[in-house]
Design a protein. Structure first.
Length: 577
């Protein structure tokens, strides 16, 4: 096997990155072939530019004739709206393949606002995996949870030749769609199959955002697999890529079919109810209270809402600790208003699409207030997984064509805010807030809402004005003061005028705040050894967002891959494959 390695700017390469790359190359016994390419970044063109102007800019920067500057790939495209009153720009980074690239570089001067680089190591374009015999494992691996972490863990294992069993408490995507539709239309909750549980995990009914701050060679593999499974190709170069919940549903189904087509097995509507431990090692799992499956390898990709699973694992002495997270509301504005605030007179330009934002301030209460999971042209969704509790989340389809845009508006909380020092106290903290929101909403999973203007004046909302709430099955206007702790309410009231200064219209008096958002991330971390990636019980690998080691689709998928690599490496070491 070989890895194609492309060029990139020197400054994006960290020692940590190089160590990881070198370790993976030696682990997979792969040959590196350096493919000489020129990397060009910061090519700024007006959003109105013609198709051939990018090629023309490349030709000017390199001194090549126009016709020879044709073999290039856009690896990143972002939007620069800092001078939106004058013009908005696309900023491109490209990889260019030419003959005698060193001569091209040597004859050009690095220009202001542009940088020209020669051959440098970049994350592998190709992600190789060794083949191991399925007999190398004493028993087949079991993976719990079919979110991005579980799906990619299973995909890597099955590509390596193993036959993992993937179990999911919720339904497959088609039955899950029906369950979610019943919740939206009639307030009928299926506690096992809903916005939190089911094929694809919580991210399936979100915006399908693929933003991530992590950098490692697995990311390129993840994006390529998404595209191969039906995601739009532009996720490979957009600075803020997203798939959209409507397209993501087919993507996760196609990945699952790859897994089963190569010998893996997926069981839906199946819960992990116990683990059997023998001599400090996992020896079996119990499904649905009765079915026992022997295994020596268990990947826990359970997601941040599997509260009963957390409780069972705690009883089985899996070491856990409390973890900070954030709580707050969903704030909803007219999408057109956000578009105008971000793009001025260019807001109707179809090339730009619905506008995004990411805001943060620090309150006098020593807490951060920030927006999270922003959904342009999206909807506020009912994300409860337990009876008697209201939970909100955001969702967008690929077109992002909804009337409103929304985001979570969150305040950080930590162990000092929880009711006790018990490792699962954060879960009880969440649950009580969700139950309060249910009562404030009047039952039936109606959500309490308050207009920003009324919230700042500390008066209940009686009517909805220019922003129509998108939350279903319904809303109850009133006060949010009974739904959230005083320190969260005061932090939000302090932050809104500050956020208004960063984004005009953010604190518009008609904007709608819908309570509560409590599932921003896991309130628990399952402690694992950072070398073996196992818990205090041998053979149990906690991974992803539910284990407290990721936050979002890409980082969760990458953590699932990392765990699978560790399992494969162990089999190779033990069996000399």
């Amino acid at each position: 096997m070989s890895i194609r390695v492309y060029s990139c700017p020197f400054e994006v390469i960290s020692n940590v990155f190089l160590r990881k790359l070198i370790m993976e190359v030696f682990f997979f016994k792969s040959e590196i072939i350096i493919i000489p390419m020129i990397f060009i970044q910061n090519i700024r063109l007006p959003i109105t530019h013609k198709e051939n102007e990018l090629q023309q800019s490349i030709a000017v920067l390199t001194g090549l004739p126009f016709e020879k500057a044709v073999d290039f790939t856009v690896v990143k495209r972002s939007v620069d709206s800092r001078k939106k009153r004058q013009m908005i720009y696309f900023v491109y980074s490209v990889l260019l393949s030419v003959e005698n690239e060193n001569e091209v570089i040597a004859t050009k001067t690095i220009r202001k606002n542009s940088a020209l680089y020669g051959i440098e190591i970049r994350a592998p374009y190709h992600y190789p995996l060794p083949r191991v015999s399925s007999d190398a494992a004493i028993r087949r691996p079991v993976i719990v949870g079919s979110g991005p972490c579980g799906l990619f863990a299973a995909l890597v294992l099955v590509r390596a030749g193993l036959k993992p069993l993937l179990i999911e408490r919720g339904g497959d995507i088609d039955s899950r769609m029906r369950d979610v539709s019943e919740m939206i239309s009639a307030g009928k909750l299926n506690c096992q199959s809903n916005l939190q549980f089911g094929e694809g995990g919580a991210g399936t009914f979100s915006d399908g955002k693929l933003n991530t701050l992590i950098t490692n060679p697995r990311i390129k593999f993840i994006f390529n697999e998404f595209v191969a499974a039906g995601a739009p190709e532009n996720i490979l170069f957009e600075a803020q890529p997203h798939i959209g919940t409507d397209k993501l549903r087919n993507v996760v189904k196609n990945i699952r079919e790859q897994i089963t087509g190569m010998g893996g097995e997926v069981l839906f509507n199946t819960r992990l109810t116990d683990v059997i431990i023998t001599g400090n090692k996992v020896s079996a799992v119990v499904l649905d209270g009765s079915r026992e499956i022997k295994t020596d390898t268990l990947i826990l990709a359970i997601g941040h809402s599997a509260r009963d699973t957390y409780e069972m694992l705690y009883k089985r002495n899996i070491t856990m600790i409390q973890k900070a997270f954030s709580i707050g509301v969903r704030i909803e504005h007219k999408a057109e208003m956000i578009n105008q605030a971000q793009y001025a007179e260019f807001y109707k330009n179809e090339r730009l699409g619905p506008a995004r934002y990411k805001l943060a301030v620090h309150s006098e209460h020593n807490r951060s207030v920030y927006t999270f999971c922003m959904c342009p042209g999206g909807y506020v969704m009912p994300a409860a997984s337990e009876e008697g509790g209201v939970v909100t989340n955001g969702m967008s389809e690929y077109a992002r064509s909804g009337e409103n845009s929304n985001s979570a508006l969150l305040v950080n909380v930590g162990p000092g805010d929880f009711p006790s020092e018990h490792p699962l106290a954060g879960i009880e903290f969440q649950r009580k807030l969700e139950q309060k929101a249910f009562l404030c909403g009047g039952g039936g999973f109606f959500a309490p809402v308050q207009l920003v203007g009324d919230f700042l004046r500390k008066q209940p909302s009686r009517i909805i004005k220019s922003v129509t709430p998108s939350y279903r099955p319904g809303i109850s206007p009133g006060s949010l003061d009974g739904c959230l702790p005083d320190y969260v309410l005061s932090s939000l009231r302090e932050a809104l005028p500050k956020l208004e200064k960063k984004l005009e219209g953010f604190a518009h008096p008609d904007a709608v705040m819908t309570a509560v958002e409590t599932r921003s991330s896991a309130p628990v971390r399952m402690v694992r050894d950072e070398v073996s990636l196992q818990t205090n019980i041998s053979g149990i690998y906690p991974a992803g967002e539910g284990a407290g080691y990721a936050g979002g689709i890409i980082s969760s998928a990458a953590d699932g891959i990392r765990v699978s690599e560790k399992i494969i490496q162990g089999l190779i070491n033990n069996n000399s494959f």
